[in-house]
Design a protein around this ligand. Structure first.
Ligand code: AHR
Length: 497
């Protein structure tokens, strides 16, 4: 099947904020204990941080990591996680029914973040707590010294402020499952007052208000409107969360789910702009898609997990080749909306619904979904081109008309290079991709083609077979401008002038 893509230099969707390739470490399951932190592991450094995991995180080049939750944060006392480790209390985490020993706290996370070269996105507990604790946490983290809490941080061994710029105003506060769940009115008022208070401390802090937990919430999109009615002028981003699943083993629908992500983003943009118009505001609200991924493989197993232990094996989805294709489509969706989605966090990073998997006491390896994320993070930072794509399509009961090719082009003005991410959703036919760059001056040549392909859509990477699903270099070298991409594959095509 033919697929022709037309692009012009002048027509771009926007410049990608590198924070679109962020991720998330929640105090959940083995994300921390047995994941990023494992004191007795042979690969751990003097702080108990697993260097094998850190190497993979560095390789993924994740510019921002959200912490410490998630549902966890809504009954978390930040003060429990600071100071000498031996005097920190063990608490019950009500969100995940686990024991929380508080051994990997604020300082440990900040050290880890510095070591892997990422910026923190710290989330306030607006479930069981509120304005006072949020204000105190900011003082502890960011004030240089001379006040009670900033001096306490110094006493705890961090003389320099953590300088955390990006803060989340709670997590999924619209969800009845959330500890301290609120109505939109209650949350909107609280978010506004917390935002006002912490911006008195430092107006340059960037704040993310909670949008809906997913597109199917009965309160969506009224929640967004009400929250923004209260907080529009004092927050900088509105959050979106969305997880995708394939319980029916229906690959055509599963691969189409990025159309669901597109329409979710576009609806939220409309609500933001509606509130902007109502308020006669000059400010544009940006979006922070701070939880997204495939999540369903582990749901049944999690029901059997023993409660109240440290680091239970929860949400350990083992991702298939098919999931990697879907993650490739979802990344394209985020990139397509780079004019409004400035920050996104793949949920999550290690062990819990994650691209990096570890065995406690054993090795770390890359899951299938690691690969599309790795390449998007490496080659997706540039200007997204506004293309016109001519390709066949199929009808899907859930998502409507779906093109067989999910394509995304990123132009890098410094080198002139154009990188294309393409998922071929066709289950039988190859796509003959032709790139029409007549809107650019000079000719372009395809010089590299990397693909993720596998005969078995359910193939996985695991401890014994960590390289079952890995990218293949299809070719390297100048060979022209039409290329075939095989059925059910993710591809990176690189063109240079
Ligand atoms: O990422 C797993 C969980 O999904 C998070 O804790 C919560 O915010 C969401 O429901």
């Amino acid at each position: 099947m033919k697929c022709t893509i037309h692009a012009a230099r002048q027509f771009t969707r926007g410049t990608v904020d590198p924070r679109l390739f962020g991720s998330f470490v929640e105090q959940l399951g083995r994300a921390v204990y047995g994941g990023v932190y494992e004191v007795d592991h042979p690969a751990s450094d003097e702080e108990g941080l697993r260097t094998d995991v850190m190497n993979l995180v560095r390789e993924l080049d994740v510019p921002v990591v959200r912490f410490p939750g998630g549902n966890y944060v809504s009954n978390f006392n930040w003060e429990d996680s600071i100071g000498p480790k031996e005097s920190r209390p063990t608490r019950l985490d009500l969100a995940w029914k686990a024991l929380d020993p508080n051994q990997f706290g604020l300082q440990e996370f900040m050290h880890w973040a510095r070591k892997v070269g990422t910026e923190p996105m710290m989330v306030f507990n607006l479930g069981t707590r509120g304005l006072a604790e949020a204000r105190e946490l900011v003082e502890y983290c960011n004030h240089p010294g001379g006040s009670y809490l900033s001096d306490l941080r110094k006493q705890h061994g961090s003389p320099e402020p953590y300088a955390i710029k990006l803060w989340g105003l709670g997590n999924e506060m619209d969800g009845p499952w959330q500890v301290g769940h609120k109505t939109a009115e209650e949350y909107g008022r609280l978010a506004c007052e917390v935002a006002k208070a912490v911006k008195l401390f430092d107006p340059s802090l960037e704040l993310v208000a909670c949008g809906s937990s997913n597109v199917f919430m009965p309160t969506f999109p009224q929640w967004e409107e009400t929250v923004l009615d209260h907080a529009y002028e004092v927050v900088d981003y509105l959050s979106l969360h969305m997880y995708f699943r394939n319980d029916e083993k229906d690959i055509a629908t599963f691969l189409a789910c990025s159309a669901g992500m597109d329409s979710f983003i576009e609806t939220v943009v409309h609500v933001c702009d509606y509130v902007k118009a109502k308020k006669r505001s000059k400010k544009t609200m940006y979006l922070c898609f701070d939880e997204w991924n495939v999540w369903f493989h582990s749901l049944q197993k999690d029901k059997e997990q023993k409660p109240w232990i440290v680091g239970p094996a929860l949400l350990e989805d083992v991702y298939t080749f098919e999931d990697a294709l879907v993650v490739g489509c979802l990344l394209n969706s985020l990139l397509r909306h780079c004019d409004r989605v400035k920050i996104a966090c793949l949920a999550q990073l290690v062990n819990t619904i994650a691209p990096i998997m570890t065995e406690t006491g054993g090795p770390a390896w890359r899951q299938t979904i690691y690969w599309p994320f790795y390449y998007a993070s490496k080659y997706g930072r540039g200007e997204v081109l506004d293309c016109r794509v001519e390709v066949g399509s199929y009808e899907n009961a859930q998502y409507g008309t779906i093109p067989y090719a999910d394509t995304l082009l990123v132009h890098h003005p410094d080198t002139g290079e154009i990188d294309m991410f393409v998922v071929n959703r066709h289950q039988q036919q190859a796509l003959a991709i032709e790139l029409d760059l007549s809107g650019f001056s000079g000719s372009y040549t395809l010089f590299e083609h990397i693909a993720l392909e596998h005969q078995d859509q359910y193939a996985v990477n695991d401890k014994l077979h960590p390289d079952e699903v890995v990218p293949k270099q299809i070719f390297h070298g100048d060979i022209g401008s039409i290329v075939e991409v095989a059925p059910l594959t993710w591809n990176l095509l690189r063109f240079h002038p």
